[in-house]
Design a protein around this ligand. Structure first.
Ligand code: AMP
Length: 210
């Protein structure tokens, strides 16, 4: 499968990506994760992206497109891929089309996670990542102070503070939401209710591919 997961930050794309990857064995490509890895490793790309990420702004298109081009060259993409957090602008979507045309493998489907902005704010301000194993926990559903799996310290992402979240939502509504119509016109957009249970959403996704 070659799929784009589209939706506001915190809409549940990453969570579903884990389940889809496990079930279908395709590569999970999250541009946010790739940027955070670069930041952690102190690469030139990471340093370039830092100020944009800290404020919730988008990293420039050319940086992201170059990163994706390199990622597609890795062998795990042969079994298909899930794009999570990319594309985020019409320019990125255009570049993606061109890349996939060159590789002769167009997108199958773009899945839109519909969710209200205030639900996103509540979800993301409560999101924590384990400093040891990386597991994502949400304090809306888990009330411990340490990771339930390994006991590691739960940390909040810098860009999950409310003010930054509101900025990320504004950026999404302005620069990414136009992609909904863009993909709808191409006839490959499918909509999901992003507030439903993880299992129910995954069942809806499986039904799209049967
Ligand atoms: P995410 O984890 O997908 O919410 O991404 C975290 C941050 O990384 C975003 O707020 C942007 O600053 C940056 N980012 C991730 N993906 C992209 C993209 N496709 N285009 C531009 N910036 C991105």
């Amino acid at each position: 499968m070659r799929t784009v997961l589209l939706g506001a930050p915190g809409a549940g794309k990453g969570t579903q990506a884990e389940d889809i990857k496990q079930h279908y064995g395709c590569a999970h490509i999250s541009t946010g994760d790739m940027l955070r890895e670069n930041l952690k490793a102190g690469t030139e790309l990471g340093n370039k992206a830092k100020s944009y990420m800290d404020s919730g702004a988008l990293v420039p298109d050319d940086v992201i497109i170059g990163m994706i081009e390199e990622r597609f060259a890795l062998p795990d993409c042969v079994n298909g891929f899930l794009l999570d957090g990319f594309p985020r602008t019409v320019l990125q979507a255009d570049a993606l089309d061109m890349l996939l045309n060159k590789m002769n493998c167009p997108l199958d489907v773009v899945i839109l996670f519909d969710i209200d902005d205030e639900v996103v704010v509540s979800r993301l301000t409560n999101r924590r990542t384990c400093s040891k194993c990386g597991k994502i926990t949400n304090l809306l559903y888990y009330h411990g102070e340490n990771c339930a799996d390994c006991g590691g310290i739960l940390l909040q992402r810098d860009d999950d503070r409310e003010q930054v979240i509101r900025n990320r939502l504004a950026v999404y509504n302005e620069q990414t939401a136009p992609l909904i119509e863009w993909y709808d016109k191409k006839g490959i957009l499918r909509r999901l209710d992003g507030t439903r249970d993880r299992k129910d959403i995954f069942n809806d996704i499986k039904a799209m591919f049967t």
